[in-house]
Design a protein around this ligand. Structure first.
Ligand code: 5GP
Length: 183
Protein backbone atom coordinates (compact mmCIF):
# COMPACT_ATOMS: atom_id res chain seq x y z
CA UNK A 1 0.00 0.00 0.00
CA UNK A 2 1.19 3.54 -0.75
CA UNK A 3 2.77 4.99 2.40
CA UNK A 4 0.70 8.21 2.20
CA UNK A 5 -2.52 6.22 2.67
CA UNK A 6 -4.01 5.86 6.14
CA UNK A 7 -6.02 2.88 4.88
CA UNK A 8 -7.31 1.25 1.73
CA UNK A 9 -11.05 1.55 1.18
CA UNK A 10 -11.36 -0.55 -2.01
CA UNK A 11 -8.72 -2.85 -3.41
CA UNK A 12 -7.92 -3.06 -7.12
CA UNK A 13 -9.74 -6.41 -7.22
CA UNK A 14 -12.87 -5.03 -5.53
CA UNK A 15 -12.94 -2.17 -8.03
CA UNK A 16 -12.50 -4.53 -10.97
CA UNK A 17 -15.34 -6.76 -9.79
CA UNK A 18 -17.77 -3.87 -9.26
CA UNK A 19 -16.86 -2.17 -12.55
CA UNK A 20 -17.48 -5.44 -14.39
CA UNK A 21 -20.93 -5.71 -12.73
CA UNK A 22 -21.81 -2.17 -13.81
CA UNK A 23 -20.62 -2.96 -17.35
CA UNK A 24 -22.87 -6.02 -17.50
CA UNK A 25 -25.84 -4.00 -16.21
CA UNK A 26 -25.32 -1.30 -18.85
CA UNK A 27 -24.87 -3.91 -21.58
CA UNK A 28 -28.30 -5.34 -20.70
CA UNK A 29 -30.01 -1.96 -20.33
CA UNK A 30 -28.75 -0.58 -23.66
CA UNK A 31 -29.36 -3.62 -25.88
CA UNK A 32 -29.94 -2.48 -29.49
CA UNK A 33 -28.50 0.96 -28.74
CA UNK A 34 -25.11 2.61 -29.19
CA UNK A 35 -24.70 4.88 -26.17
CA UNK A 36 -22.18 7.66 -25.81
CA UNK A 37 -20.08 7.55 -22.66
CA UNK A 38 -19.33 11.03 -21.35
CA UNK A 39 -16.20 10.98 -19.20
CA UNK A 40 -15.81 13.87 -16.78
CA UNK A 41 -12.08 14.56 -16.74
CA UNK A 42 -9.80 14.09 -15.13
CA UNK A 43 -11.03 12.09 -12.14
CA UNK A 44 -13.21 9.69 -14.09
CA UNK A 45 -10.60 8.79 -16.71
CA UNK A 46 -9.53 5.50 -15.10
CA UNK A 47 -13.09 4.43 -14.23
CA UNK A 48 -14.32 5.24 -17.75
CA UNK A 49 -11.41 3.41 -19.39
CA UNK A 50 -12.14 0.26 -17.38
CA UNK A 51 -15.93 0.53 -17.62
CA UNK A 52 -16.07 0.94 -21.39
CA UNK A 53 -14.16 -2.32 -21.81
CA UNK A 54 -16.86 -4.08 -19.76
CA UNK A 55 -19.67 -2.81 -22.01
CA UNK A 56 -20.36 -5.25 -24.78
CA UNK A 57 -22.09 -2.86 -27.19
CA UNK A 58 -21.04 -0.40 -29.86
CA UNK A 59 -20.45 2.83 -27.96
CA UNK A 60 -18.66 6.12 -28.43
CA UNK A 61 -16.66 8.28 -26.05
CA UNK A 62 -16.79 11.99 -25.27
CA UNK A 63 -15.19 13.99 -22.48
CA UNK A 64 -15.50 17.31 -20.73
CA UNK A 65 -12.99 18.81 -18.34
CA UNK A 66 -14.10 20.38 -15.07
CA UNK A 67 -12.45 21.24 -11.83
CA UNK A 68 -14.07 22.00 -8.49
CA UNK A 69 -11.24 21.59 -6.02
CA UNK A 70 -8.48 24.05 -5.31
CA UNK A 71 -5.13 22.41 -5.75
CA UNK A 72 -4.12 22.54 -2.11
CA UNK A 73 -7.41 21.90 -0.36
CA UNK A 74 -9.74 19.02 0.23
CA UNK A 75 -12.74 21.31 0.51
CA UNK A 76 -14.74 22.21 -2.61
CA UNK A 77 -13.84 25.49 -4.27
CA UNK A 78 -15.27 27.32 -7.25
CA UNK A 79 -16.39 25.02 -10.02
CA UNK A 80 -14.48 25.91 -13.14
CA UNK A 81 -14.85 24.69 -16.68
CA UNK A 82 -11.25 24.47 -17.77
CA UNK A 83 -12.15 23.61 -21.38
CA UNK A 84 -15.18 24.72 -23.42
CA UNK A 85 -18.31 22.56 -23.10
CA UNK A 86 -18.08 21.42 -26.69
CA UNK A 87 -20.05 18.17 -26.75
CA UNK A 88 -23.29 17.84 -28.68
CA UNK A 89 -25.39 14.91 -27.50
CA UNK A 90 -28.67 15.86 -29.16
CA UNK A 91 -30.73 12.74 -29.83
CA UNK A 92 -28.15 10.39 -28.31
CA UNK A 93 -28.31 7.89 -25.46
CA UNK A 94 -25.89 9.45 -23.00
CA UNK A 95 -24.21 7.77 -20.04
CA UNK A 96 -22.39 10.31 -17.88
CA UNK A 97 -19.49 8.61 -16.11
CA UNK A 98 -18.20 10.36 -13.00
CA UNK A 99 -15.74 9.38 -10.30
CA UNK A 100 -17.52 10.69 -7.23
CA UNK A 101 -20.77 12.40 -6.29
CA UNK A 102 -20.08 14.65 -3.32
CA UNK A 103 -22.02 17.91 -2.85
CA UNK A 104 -23.61 17.26 -6.24
CA UNK A 105 -22.89 20.77 -7.50
CA UNK A 106 -20.69 19.59 -10.36
CA UNK A 107 -23.10 17.01 -11.63
CA UNK A 108 -26.28 19.05 -11.26
CA UNK A 109 -24.60 21.71 -13.40
CA UNK A 110 -23.40 19.21 -16.03
CA UNK A 111 -26.72 17.33 -16.15
CA UNK A 112 -28.63 20.59 -16.75
CA UNK A 113 -26.31 21.54 -19.62
CA UNK A 114 -26.77 18.10 -21.15
CA UNK A 115 -30.56 18.04 -20.69
CA UNK A 116 -30.76 21.33 -22.56
CA UNK A 117 -29.32 19.53 -25.60
CA UNK A 118 -32.30 17.12 -25.69
CA UNK A 119 -30.52 13.75 -25.62
CA UNK A 120 -32.65 10.65 -26.37
CA UNK A 121 -31.83 9.46 -22.84
CA UNK A 122 -29.54 10.51 -20.04
CA UNK A 123 -28.14 8.29 -17.31
CA UNK A 124 -25.64 9.03 -14.56
CA UNK A 125 -23.15 6.43 -13.38
CA UNK A 126 -20.86 7.27 -10.46
CA UNK A 127 -18.22 5.04 -8.97
CA UNK A 128 -18.50 6.56 -5.48
CA UNK A 129 -21.35 8.34 -3.73
CA UNK A 130 -20.99 10.44 -0.56
CA UNK A 131 -24.68 11.12 0.19
CA UNK A 132 -23.95 12.73 3.58
CA UNK A 133 -22.43 15.78 1.84
CA UNK A 134 -25.16 16.44 -0.73
CA UNK A 135 -26.16 20.08 -1.32
CA UNK A 136 -27.57 20.00 -4.85
CA UNK A 137 -30.43 17.74 -5.89
CA UNK A 138 -28.87 15.05 -8.04
CA UNK A 139 -29.12 11.29 -7.89
CA UNK A 140 -27.09 8.72 -9.75
CA UNK A 141 -28.83 5.92 -11.68
CA UNK A 142 -25.99 3.55 -10.85
CA UNK A 143 -23.61 3.84 -7.88
CA UNK A 144 -20.50 1.68 -7.56
CA UNK A 145 -20.06 2.16 -3.83
CA UNK A 146 -21.65 4.41 -1.21
CA UNK A 147 -18.97 5.80 1.09
CA UNK A 148 -18.80 7.89 4.28
CA UNK A 149 -17.53 11.48 4.37
CA UNK A 150 -13.81 10.92 3.79
CA UNK A 151 -11.43 12.40 1.25
CA UNK A 152 -10.33 9.55 -1.01
CA UNK A 153 -7.64 9.23 -3.66
CA UNK A 154 -6.55 6.67 -6.23
CA UNK A 155 -8.10 5.03 -9.30
CA UNK A 156 -8.19 8.44 -11.03
CA UNK A 157 -8.97 10.53 -7.96
CA UNK A 158 -6.29 13.01 -6.99
CA UNK A 159 -5.01 15.17 -4.23
CA UNK A 160 -3.09 18.10 -5.70
CA UNK A 161 -2.94 16.16 -9.02
CA UNK A 162 -1.18 13.23 -7.35
CA UNK A 163 -2.24 9.64 -6.50
CA UNK A 164 -4.42 9.24 -9.63
CA UNK A 165 -2.33 6.23 -10.66
CA UNK A 166 -2.94 4.20 -7.49
CA UNK A 167 -4.76 0.99 -8.47
CA UNK A 168 -6.81 1.04 -5.24
CA UNK A 169 -8.92 3.74 -3.55
CA UNK A 170 -7.84 4.88 -0.12
CA UNK A 171 -7.88 7.63 2.46
CA UNK A 172 -4.85 9.86 2.78
CA UNK A 173 -3.08 10.30 6.07
CA UNK A 174 -4.15 13.71 7.47
CA UNK A 175 -0.46 14.62 7.74
CA UNK A 176 -0.21 14.66 3.93
CA UNK A 177 -2.49 17.65 3.51
CA UNK A 178 -2.61 19.27 6.94
CA UNK A 179 0.82 20.76 6.32
CA UNK A 180 -0.30 22.33 3.00
CA UNK A 181 -1.24 26.06 3.08
CA UNK A 182 -4.86 26.86 2.13
CA UNK A 183 -5.21 28.42 -1.34
P1 5GP B 1 -19.22 17.82 -6.06
O1 5GP B 1 -19.52 18.90 -7.05
O2 5GP B 1 -20.18 16.67 -6.10
O3 5GP B 1 -19.05 18.38 -4.68
O4 5GP B 1 -17.77 17.31 -6.38
C1 5GP B 1 -17.49 16.44 -7.38
C2 5GP B 1 -15.99 16.48 -7.67
O5 5GP B 1 -15.23 16.82 -6.50
C3 5GP B 1 -15.52 15.12 -8.08
O6 5GP B 1 -15.60 14.96 -9.47
C4 5GP B 1 -14.09 15.12 -7.59
O7 5GP B 1 -13.26 15.68 -8.56
C5 5GP B 1 -14.09 16.02 -6.38
N1 5GP B 1 -14.17 15.25 -5.13
C6 5GP B 1 -15.23 15.13 -4.29
N2 5GP B 1 -14.93 14.33 -3.26
C7 5GP B 1 -13.66 13.92 -3.45
C8 5GP B 1 -12.79 13.04 -2.74
O8 5GP B 1 -13.10 12.44 -1.69
N3 5GP B 1 -11.56 12.85 -3.28
C9 5GP B 1 -11.15 13.46 -4.42
N4 5GP B 1 -9.92 13.20 -4.84
N5 5GP B 1 -11.94 14.29 -5.12
C10 5GP B 1 -13.19 14.51 -4.64
Amino acid sequence: MNRDLAYEMFSAQELKTRVAEIGRQLTEEYQGKAPVLLCIMKGSLVFTADLMREINLPCTLESITLSSYRAMATRPGELTMTKPFDVDVTGQDVIVVEDILDTGKTLSYVMELLKAQSPASLKLVVLLDKPSRREAQVEADIVGFTIPDAFVVGYGLDYDQKYRNLPCIGVLKPSVYSSQPEA
